[in-house]
Design a protein around this ligand. Sequence first.
Ligand code: FRU
Length: 325
Amino acid sequence: MKAFTLRLLPFLLILGTGVPVAAGTPTPNPRQPSQPASREAPRWTIGMSQCNLGEPWRVQMNADIKKASEAHPEINVIFKDAQNDNLRQVAHVEEFARAGVDLIIISPKEAAPLTKPVSAAFKKGIPVIVLDRRVLGGDYTCFIGADNRRIGKAAGAWIAKFLGGKGKVVELKGLMTSTPGQDRNSGFREGIKGSGLEIVFEADMKWLEPNARKEMESALARFPVIDLVYAHNDPGAHGAYLAARAAGREKKIAFVGIDALPHEGQMYVKQGVLAASFEYPTGGKEAIDAALSILGGKQVPKEITLSSRVFTRENIGKGGEWLSN
Ligand code: FRU
């Protein structure tokens, strides 16, 4: 018992906001504020478990959460970064649950390994918002994210049109044990169905630019003609571009990515590095909105689907174009 308390102590000290955090004692839902709202004393503590902060998109997600939460002095968000390690992320969720936070937001690395701790926290009575990547089953309060299958399908249709219905394509996939990778792949295959596009090379670059660059080097070495690279995120598309540029072939190949952050994908489109980037909103603000509803005792939908735009050279100056349903 003593060791348990000692282990929790640093965590409880970080919380240090006067929030009633009793280990092992779930607060009933809806959460009852223990004291009146004031700038000095947040009523509720939210634990945010981020799978990694290696990509600009995830840094943006945390920034969006921070910004949205700062407008609400009644909440205090504690951020944890699992550094792309499933076991570390499992420990973070368990730690949040043990400390008795009022709500957990998680953007999980992989679906299977994070399912159990999320389910355990949820069953303990802690509301859980799952953001962007999914867990398995339904033991959570609310999922928030854009429809990756729809984005993949729209990317496929856009690419088929862009290439005039035929061409040799490289697909650089996101981590295929994470749900966005699976959906951006299956949606894309659906989108190009019936066209004359040929996938000459495909590889799992696990969302990471250096991996994408390496995989693209292999593709370039094997295929003298490549018309386009479809990468499941913008870091992947950029890694492929760098490999092609090093081989002097970047002008003959078009690059398409997903995320479309203003200072990443949208900027690459403006610079002519990418032919298109499909927006993948972080959902950070929406997660805080949902958290406030849940903590206030209101019902939220089990599934909140965010809309997405495509940015191309033609529409980049006009705010992109919304994907249809
Ligand atoms: C960042 C990221 C984004 C991608 C998202 C999918 O880690 O790879 O680029 O859109 O995760 O979950």
